[in-house]
Design a protein around this ligand. Sequence first.
Ligand code: FNR
Length: 186
Amino acid sequence: MARKVAVLVGSLRKESLTRKYARAIAALLPPAFEAELIELDMPLYNQDLDDAGTPPAAWTEFRNKLKAAEAVLFVTPEYNRTISGALKNAIDVGSRPWGHSVWTGKPAAVVSQSPGAMGGFGANHNVRQAVVFLNVPVMPAPELYLGNSANNLAEDGSIANEQTKEVIGKFVAAFTQWVEANAPGK
Ligand code: FNR
């Protein structure tokens, strides 16, 4: 059976570059992997709702999708040199209630994108900082910072730049090996 990979889209924007790259990268996964793009439009985390046993449906749906996945690919934009509120909220929602985190032990990797030159370096490392605390084995390298991102996509959403395509291809190959080597139960 194919290994399920939850591909988290760190932007809520309709025309999000993050989502376009998430799709393009997901399409490059080999058939042994089944990617599901996960949107992060959820109410802000508030522990009172978990304590009362009334979590919003969107939290429960998100948690269930993550529980069903064997691996996670974070695809993030950069907001003010860190991650978007939507992505941070999703990390928080998935980490609670205490003792029931959906993240524990799931192999993961991080992709950041930015229309600017630095490819969302700050956001990339902020994802790593949060999920290391959550006991997520994050692929250390290769790293993937997609700079100049607005100019490297074709109309149909495919990667238009040969060098970017090659770098993403290597990243995807390394990620699949990382997931195989670190999959839960190994
Ligand atoms: C940005 N942007 C941005 N870009 C960057 O390279 N470094 C940054 O720190 C920021 N900060 C920032 C803050 C906020 C609030 C917004 C809305 C945007 C620009 C950002 O990279 C650009 O809008 C991307 O296109 C956002 O990703 P999506 O929505 O296209 O996926």
